[in-house]
Design a protein around this ligand. Structure first.
Ligand SMILES: [Zn+2]
Length: 129
């Protein structure tokens, strides 16, 4: 009986050791993924900051050269916001667009329309973004 308890103790010790090792490995993987995600977020924030700067510079240029007001800009934003069918302050359905030849809905990841084979399926450069 003592021998059985001894082997049981060895088994449990080994199980606990393996579990701790596995948990440490998983913790390192999660920590690594977290660092990757933080880096990705930082890169996206930098891109947003640069895009904001470009948008602001473009708006300032257009405003100064075409005598437009902030109200004109706000009206145009509302108009463009509705282009995706929803007034929600953003453009969505970015992966869905219509073929300019057959007007069917196609995914922008395909190089040409899967229905009619038409290339150059985009009606606007913004559909490629
Ligand atoms: Zn087509």
């Amino acid at each position: 009986m003592v021998m059985l308890e001894f082997f049981w103790e060895i088994f449990q010790t080994k199980y606990i050791y393996d579990t701790k090792t596995d948990m440490r490995t998983r913790a390192r993987e999660v920590e690594s993924k977290t660092l990757d995600t933080k880096r990705d977020i930082r890169e996206l924030e930098e891109k947003i900051d640069k895009l904001s700067l470009v948008c602001r510079a473009l708006w300032t240029y257009v405003q100064e050269n075409h005598s437009l007001s902030e109200e004109d800009l706000m009206e145009k934003i509302k108009e463009v916001d509705l282009m995706d069918g929803t007034a929600d302050g953003k453009l969505t359905n970015r992966n869905v667009l219509k073929c300019k030849s057959c007007k069917r809905v196609v995914n922008k990841r395909h190089n040409k329309c899967i229905y009619c084979g038409s290339e150059g399926k985009f009606e606007s450069i913004f559909e490629t973004l």
